[in-house]
Design a protein around this ligand. Structure first.
Ligand SMILES: NC(=O)C1=CN([C@@H]2O[C@H](COP(=O)(O)OP(=O)(O)OC[C@H]3O[C@@H](n4cnc5c(N)ncnc54)[C@H](OP(=O)(O)O)[C@@H]3O)[C@@H](O)[C@H]2O)C=CC1
Ligand SMILES: O=C(O)CCC(=O)C(=O)O
Ligand SMILES: [Mg+2]
Length: 739
């Protein structure tokens, strides 16, 4: 890889489709500055293929691009544009494997219950691919996510639709508040480099080593907490009854993708709690058939078709569904409930979408209704309750006037809960878990019962120090108050508060307002300011980073797709994420059905400009800086002229939006005077795109309205997808002429 290289990631679903259209434009423009844009496949399908070379024919094999980029992220040369990717739930992983098998890849099936060494090996490889397996590898820096001024101003001038709130709303959050991760947490700061062992001593006298070695560094914060299953089940049963009694929808909000070990287990308990009689009667039959509630009701219902008792079990599910509270629906037309697939109800995106829609979700009748939003662990659930109470008291927020809450997130080196997968266990026997250091001393200890979920987290010192620095930098750059969302009553947060207090004096904070507040108080503080039109920087841990960078953008801008999302890598390199949202699976359905892609690439535009700017600064490439500056101006025009996908058939979609961006960018490049040769290089293209504007838009819109074949969902056929995503011959020729 040359010095002047930008890596553009090939991912999944809507952003991957958008890439077929936009990447050729980027490559052509970048080449004029001598910048190479290389693509790396980190899609779910690509990662599966890369993991099983010996099962595949030579020409089917591909390298492990994720591992390569993970190494790159640790070097100063890194300049990576990262699009959202699927963090696969088990049903998605199995679907992707099945699709690839159909395409001729002799991949092994996902072993639900591995028995042989070979099956265990296959399972380990698949488990590495499942869930959030990409972001933690690449995010070797902390997170800086904000709405660029141009986007915020656009949202104020063109406020999105916001559902009204009334004081009568019965929507609420239900959370445990005892015997959960938040309230059982213990935390310690490591004194010296070394390694820890996690072991379980059973009351039956057994000792099991859960993890032999967890390497730790001096100054690192380690935590251990437990979700107590007895209390969880009691809580869930009570919430099912509560939703029924209050006449509201029942919904659960978890992060079964990112918290890929703990949250599917918790999801499974929710499914059991909703269908207690069915699981009492048929739980053993379902388990024997490999049908686990952890993967959702959808998989179970499908699996019933081939069971001898299938009809009776189905009837039992239906009876309990009818007797219980109404379930919130993911897709009421297709009968997909909130309990069908764990990856369909991801807390970060689903809670703000509910708050934006008057506190409503959709019921089985397809109508909006008030909801009991169940978020079992109480670590961060209270944040949403404060927002809901605020809307009930003061009405919906007004996007035309509301302030902004950007985020500085502690994320580097798999910080906090998001790095806990390999240290999370469903406890097999009642006893005590000890986290023991090299001298045999128990650093952390938890009494556990069979079925409890034990979780250990790590947060390294260097990322914490970097995070404090980034917070001060953003506070200085914005002049806004910066609030550390830390709760001194939580063991982990108390240790972080000590470190924040230690590291803040390393910086010039003269004249800055820097506060430390527990998450609920921080929410109330920020909301009060928001309603006055004032901005407040949120400085948070990794989970709140995730939650808040969907919550506030979705309320302020209608979507988190339009965020600038930068990860200044600790190595000095740059990782540029494209927005804060995900891969928008619904958009793919629409493209296949009617050849319309409503994906908004604004996040890609911002990331690209930041990437060119970083490249210019790190390599001294003056033309890269011109590309950055002109792209920035072009994006401004793009916003002013309202060239995002129109969301209606017959208007421009993602492809049309790329055309306009390319046109405005070429015009800016042709008009700039800093580099006459570069201006000359773009003169012809700017003229062609401007003159051919109507013809190109007509060609792009003409294809809409009928189904298309892209040759695969997880791994589309590249030729078919490119043909679908580049339907304007005039535009394609114009771009090709630049090279
Ligand atoms: N950085 C990453 O890699 C991330 C990955 N994910 C992954 O993405 C997948 C989907 O997650 P989900 O929770 O559904 O969240 P998404 O953010 O993907 O989708 C929720 C909704 O947000 C809107 N949306 C998101 N991005 C855009 C965009 N660029 N343009 C237009 N609308 C957009 C769409 O709304 P509408 O229907 O109104 O158009 C969409 O239906 C999961 O596999 C998840 O793990 C999630 C977050 C971040
Ligand atoms: O990695 C993932 O699974 C999702 C990440 C995410 O939602 C975010 O960073 O906002
Ligand atoms: Mg998120």
């Amino acid at each position: 890889m040359a010095d002047s290289t930008i890596i553009y990631t090939h991912t999944d679903e809507a952003p991957a489709l958008a890439t077929y259209s936009f990447l050729p434009v980027i490559e052509a423009y970048a080449s004029t500055a001598g910048v190479a844009v290389e693509s790396r496949d980190i899609s779910l399908a690509g990662r599966i293929i890369a993991a099983f070379p010996e099962y595949l024919q030579q020409e089917q094999r591909i390298d492990d691009a994720l591992a390569e980029l993970g190494r790159l992220a640790g070097t100063p040369e890194a300049n990576i544009i990262k699009l959202p990717n699927v963090s696969a739930s088990i049903p998605q992983l199995k679907a992707a494997v099945a699709e690839l098998q159909q395409q001729g890849y002799a991949l092994p099936d996902y072993p639900d219950d591995p028995k042989t060494d070979q099956e265990r090996d296959v399972r380990v490889r698949y488990d590495k691919i499942k869930g959030s397996a990409v972001n933690p590898v690449l995010r070797e820096g902390n997170s800086d996510r904000r709405a660029p001024a141009s986007v915020k101003n656009y949202a104020k001038a063109h406020p999105h639709r916001m559902g009204a709130w009334t004081p009568e709303s019965k929507t609420n959050v239900a959370t445990m508040g005892a015997d959960d991760f938040a309230t059982t947490e213990k935390s310690a700061v490591i004194a010296a480099d070394g390694s820890l062992r996690i072991e379980l001593t059973g009351d039956d006298g057994s000792t099991t080593v859960l993890r032999e070695s967890v390497p730790v560094l001096a100054g690192e914060v380690v935590d251990a907490s437990v979700m107590r299953v007895a209390a969880l089940r009691e809580f869930l049963t009570a919430q099912v009854a509560r939703a029924k009694a209050e006449g509201v929808l029942f919904s659960v909000h978890l992060k079964a993708t990112m918290m890929k070990v703990s949250d599917p287990i918790i999801f499974g308990h929710v499914v059991r709690a909703f269908f207690p009689e069915t699981f009492a009667a048929y739980g053993a039959v379902l388990a024997a058939a490999g049908l686990t509630p952890n993967d959702g009701l959808g998989g179970i219902l499908k699996g019933l078709e081939s069971l001898p008792d299938g009809e009776a079990i189905k009837a039992s599910f239906e009876a309990e569904l009818a007797a219980g509270p109404e379930l919130a629906m993911v897709d009421s037309d297709r009968g997909i409930t909130n309990l069908h697939v764990p990856s369909d109800v991801i807390v970060d995106a689903s809670m703000p979408a509910m708050i934006r829609t008057s506190g409503h979700m959709w019921g089985p009748d397809g109508q909006e209704a008030d909801t009991l939003a169940v978020i079992p662990d109480s670590s961060y659930a209270g944040v949403y309750q404060v927002v809901i109470d605020d809307c009930r008291a003061h009405g919906a927020f007004d996007p035309a006037t509301m302030g902004s809450v950007p985020n500085v997130g502690l994320m580097a080196q798999a910080a906090e809960e998001y790095g806990s997968h390999d240290k999370t266990f469903e406890i097999p026997v009642t006893g005590t878990v000890r986290v023991v250091d090299g001298t045999g001393r128990a650093v952390l200890e938890q009494v556990v019962s069979a079925g409890d979920v034990f979780r250990m987290c790590q947060t390294k010192d260097i990322p914490i120090r970097d995070w404090v620095k980034l917070a001060v930098t953003r506070a200085r750059a914005t002049g806004s108050p910066a609030v550390f969302w830390l709760d001194e009553a939580r063991a982990h947060d108390a240790n972080l508060i000590a470190k924040v207090t230690q590291y803040l004096p390393e910086h010039d904070t003269e004249g800055l307002q820097i506060e430390i507040m527990d998450p609920q108080s921080a929410t109330a503080f920020s909301l009060e300011r928001i309603r006055r039109g004032e901005d407040t920087v949120s400085v948070t841990g990794n989970v709140l980073r995730d939650y808040l960078t969907d919550l506030f953008p979705i309320l302020e801008l209608g979507t988190s797709a339009k965020m600038l999302s930068v990860v200044p890598l600790i190595s000095g390199g740059g990782l540029f994420e494209t927005g804060a949202g995900g891969s928008a699976p619904k958009h793919v359905q629409q493209l296949v059905k009617e050849n319309y892609l409503r994906w908004d690439s604004l996040g890609e535009f911002f990331a690209l400009a930041a990437s060119f700017e970083h490249l210019a600064a790190s390599t001294g490439n003056a033309r890269a800086q011109i590309l950055a500056d002109t792209l920035d101006r072009a994006t401004g025009t793009f916003l002013n002229e309202d060239r995002s996908p129109s969301r209606r058939l017959g208007g421009i979609d993602n492809r049309g939006s790329h055309f306009y961006l390319a046109m405005y960018w070429a015009q800016e490049l042709a008009a700039q005077t800093a580099d006459a040769a570069l201006a000359a290089a773009f003169e012809g293209l700017a003229k062609t795109l401007t003159e051919q504007q109507d013809a190109i838009v007509t060609e792009l819109i003409a294809v809409q309205g009928s189904p298309v074949d892209i040759g695969g969902y997880y791994q589309p056929d590249p030729a078919k997808a490119a043909a679908v995503m580049r339907p304007s011959a005039t535009f394609n020729q114009a771009i090709a002429s630049l090279a």
